[in-house]
Design a protein around this ligand. Structure first.
Ligand SMILES: NC(=O)c1ccc[n+]([C@@H]2O[C@H](COP(=O)([O-])OP(=O)(O)OC[C@H]3O[C@@H](n4cnc5c(N)ncnc54)[C@H](OP(=O)(O)O)[C@@H]3O)[C@@H](O)[C@H]2O)c1
Length: 257
């Protein structure tokens, strides 16, 4: 049996453990808005994740909005971990999702994320969704501007198709693609393989098959994570949990490999 690498070099330089953590669930119940009701409990989950050996944490402006970035920043201040966040999607209290990939919005969200995450540079900043009113080239150019002045280290994309990735690659190096993918939902299999060939990380969201608007995993957690980790060496999994027991169970997926 071929040995499976536990790490992936994000952007060709940051070695991260391929079993990471997704912070979306630390924003109250799905569909709700505001800070996670058990703020200290949420911080304890994040710190336990880092103590176990997780080094990749995924957040987004839209989670809260801003509260996931804040709790991640507070819990992981001073830790040697890679933090990814996203911009270009907002979730104002009205509950309506607003997609805005304009330069001004992205740069404003990057500046706020630096404060919320308590970092001088954002390791990975992902375009959360492509704005149908802004060419992907323009959104990526704005992120490249922030990369050139040192505010972000790497650029990622989320919820993209292959042609959109190709267009983005024409503007700037892309370090990651984050799309929904798990052992029961394999629509993006070709993109997993293409990104692997190009040294781009593939970050499957919903790795346990959960519905974003409802709590609860749909797949057996360890098996689903092990399947993804085996599927391709560029996959970094980010299961989300509010429970230390679930976190530890998820981490133990490594024992199956
Ligand atoms: N880019 C995008 O558009 C996008 C969209 C959705 C999600 N994401 C990212 O992907 C991450 C993961 O996605 P997700 O949270 O929707 O789905 P998920 O990781 O597939 O599942 C999370 C759900 O499974 C439960 N769970 C976790 N570990 C478990 C275990 N060992 N046993 C039983 N249940 C378990 C969690 O509940 P408990 O809290 O009770 O453990 C939670 O309700 C998010 O945190 C976010 O960072 C990105």
């Amino acid at each position: 049996m071929t040995a499976i690498s536990k790490t992936f070099a994000l952007g060709g330089e940051h070695d991260v453990n391929r079993l990471g953590y997704g912070a979306m669930r630390l924003t109250g119940q799905p569909g709700n808005f505001g800070p996670f009701p058990d703020w200290e409990g949420g911080k304890a989950v994040l710190r336990r994740a880092a103590d176990l050996g997780m080094t990749f944490f995924d957040s987004a402006w839209a989670y809260g909005p801003e509260y996931a970035d804040r709790i991640v920043g507070e819990a992981l201040a001073g830790r040697d971990v890679v933090i990814a966040t996203k911009g270009g999607v907002d979730k104002p209290a009205s509950g309506r999702i607003v997609v805005d990939g304009s330069r001004d919005t992205l740069l404003r969200q990057i500046d706020r994320a630096l404060v919320n995450l308590r970092r001088e540079r954002i390791d990975l900043f992902q375009l959360h969704r492509v704005d149908p009113n802004v060419p992907i080239e323009d959104s990526v150019a704005a992120l490249a501007e922030a990369q050139a002045d040192g505010r972000i280290a790497h650029i990622g994309l989320s919820n993209v198709a292959r042609d959109q990735l190709d267009r983005a690659l024409g503007v700037a190096p892309i370090a990651s693609v984050q799309n929904r993918f798990n052992m029961a939902e394999t629509d993006h299999a070709d993109l997993v393989d293409f990104t692997a060939e190009r040294g781009i990380a593939f970050i499957p969201y919903g790795p346990l098959g959960a519905n974003p608007m409802q709590p609860g995993a749909k797949l057996a957690a360890r098996e689903a994570l092990a399947w993804l980790l085996r599927r391709s060496p560029n996959i970094i999994v980010i299961p989300g949990t509010t429970s230390i027991a679930h976190l530890e169970e998820n981490w133990s997926a490594w024992d199956l490999l």
